[in-house]
Design a protein around this ligand. Sequence first.
Ligand code: LUZ
Ligand code: MOS
Length: 756
Amino acid sequence: KSLKQSIKNLDSYTHVRGESLYVDDVNIRQGTFHAVVFDSPKAHGKIKHIDYSKAEALEGVERIFTYKDVPGENEIGGIIADEPLFAEDEVHFWGMPIALIVAESEFIARKARGLIEIEIEDLPVITTAKEAKAKGSFINAPRSFSLGDTEKAFTECDYVFEGETFSNGQEHLYIEAQGAYAEPMENGNIKITSSTQGPTAVQATTARVLGLAMHKIEVDVTRLGGGFGGKEDQATPWAVMAALATHHLNQSVKLILNRHDDLRMTGKRHPYESTYKIGLSKDLKILAYQTEFLQNSGAAADLSPAIAERTLFHATNSYYVPNVTTKVLSCKTNLPPNTAFRGFGGPQGMFVIESAIAKAASEIGVSAIKIQEANLLDENDTFSYGQIAKKVEAKNTWHSAKNIFNSDALEQEVADFNKNNTAFKKGLSFMPITFGISFTNTPMNHARALVHIYLDGSVGISTAAVEMGQGVNTKMMQIAADVFSIPIEKIKIETTNTTRVANTSPSAASSTADLNGKATLMACNALVERLKLVASEDLNVSEKDITLKNESVFINDKPSELSWTDLISSAMLKRVALTENAHYATPEIHFDKTKEKGHPFAYHVYGTAITTVTVDCTRGTYEFDSVKIVHDYGKSMSEGIDLGQVEGALIQGIGWMTMEEIAYNDDGKLLSNALSTYKVPDIFSVPKRVEVIPVETEGNDMAILKSKAVGEPPLMYGIGAYFALQNAIKAFNSNYDLEFHAPMTPEKVLMGLYEK
Ligand code: LUZ
Ligand code: MOS
């Protein structure tokens, strides 16, 4: 059946031929201008003077736009209105946009940028969350979740440990950099082609900045060359700037950041500095857990408050802890506003409890695996935010991983290797994951689909889903192919466009296929009901006996003479509507922020990864031998696509934990501003073996066709890499004092190996 087959990603055909269209491939109109952003060369200061005259005088420069040219609001902040499109008299981060240079070519615009003279009076620069906390510099009020009586529980523990952790940021490194193309239409309307996860955000913000009604702005997205959260909120400013220039010049304008500009101007995963306190009983039950997360939010709110919230939701990962108090502070610093990144604060929260467990294990003198296993979440356990855990697969995936991969033998192998080798050591870790599916902001959990059946029987589908490599278009097509029972060649997934599907949430939170898939399913089902009526008249049988199968109408499971195309022709003659629009809003979910309790997630995704690594103890370099995973896909509808998501997320997680090192200097200047200074995983650094076994569960009705969300959860398997490395270091150097300071680069491994 079309749904269960491991179908290829639709886009793979045009991708390998280089025919897939991105923003930079749009056929531009004659006379199109090209734009480059002039940004702040200081992280914090007062703008004393800017001289644009030399830049403006350059031949080919059309105009330079600043905040003074904004007809509406010079404001792009979503959750909090604290972020100007262009700086006015102060700059708050290095790379903050100040002006837009529009010229005949990008080359000229870039040359003009070098001719702008700016004088900035320095103000104190904050680069770390701790400094921000000490100075009382925050984005918003702190948030805190609690369950049980943490303070009292600590007094009843046999063991109590405290410590600090740090996890660094992460560059999204989507292959397609940020960009947009704006075109003037008639009557002052503007069409924007954008590389955004959030077409509605681009539309609404453009309208706000230009002081226009939203219906004057159309946003169209074909696909992104990667997003990873980096284009949930931060694709917007570039689109708005291009539209602003188009609005003034009545000419189309293209603005595509080059890699350097993109790295410097955009936010990243949030670095976190955190403290923890963990209390256990003699039999290794975690009785109490307390944390304070300091989130380095950067210079404006962006999505930081929502990301901070998800850190609290995932602070206890896959464990049941009866007494928990977690607190998060969104700290305002002079870095580019940090933003959504696959996992959305969840990975940062999980790293801390895994660190606390590693610390406790080391101090007590047991394996962390024992503590992890003793505390896995069970059916009907309560999360700190009040949701009761249902259909829990934490223990199932854990024990399946142990059995399927024979982890006892694996542990023995590692121990034997370490006994027999001095120059190389191995380490092993378990990493269970539990990730909540739904936007934590309940009102965002909705989507729509618009389905047309054309008179020749071919189908066009528009949804709010943005294709960014995750294969969501393929999944939408599978759903329609299944419901209509027609071949996928008859179905086209249209671009994501705000005039066809309006008021959408971004493609994010791993929920795109669920939300848009449910809407697509509803629309297709409604059309099928209508078509069955037509068929029952044509064939003179009861509707109940009719099904659509193999591109034709079946009566009581036997083929009739009526084909799919006949049926559509007949429906046309009968003037039956062949278009349907459906709206889906996730049922059951709710959350009360005044109590910090509720049922925010439609369901959870579970899994367990076992990671082994070999460390070269002379050099501090390492290779991951294998990562063996049991993952809860529910009932996957696209096994190939879902496996790709697990593998990609795992590697991205390993990169975050082991090698990707973002560095700013004390002045707030990004030092890791190129791929020569920012190392991401390549073919040589991925694990030599990655095995992913599905734990086929009955699935969850809240997931589309019981196929669970897969985008973000597997990233957190990568956290296991950190602890596998630590265990290898300990095997070499018993004096090694566990430090939780990610990423664990080869330099840090080497220091650990030879720590006295
Ligand atoms: N984006 C968002 C997300 O706006 N809300 C969320 O809860 C979320 N979760 C994961 C990734 N992106
Ligand atoms: Mo996201 S981190 O845009 O799902």
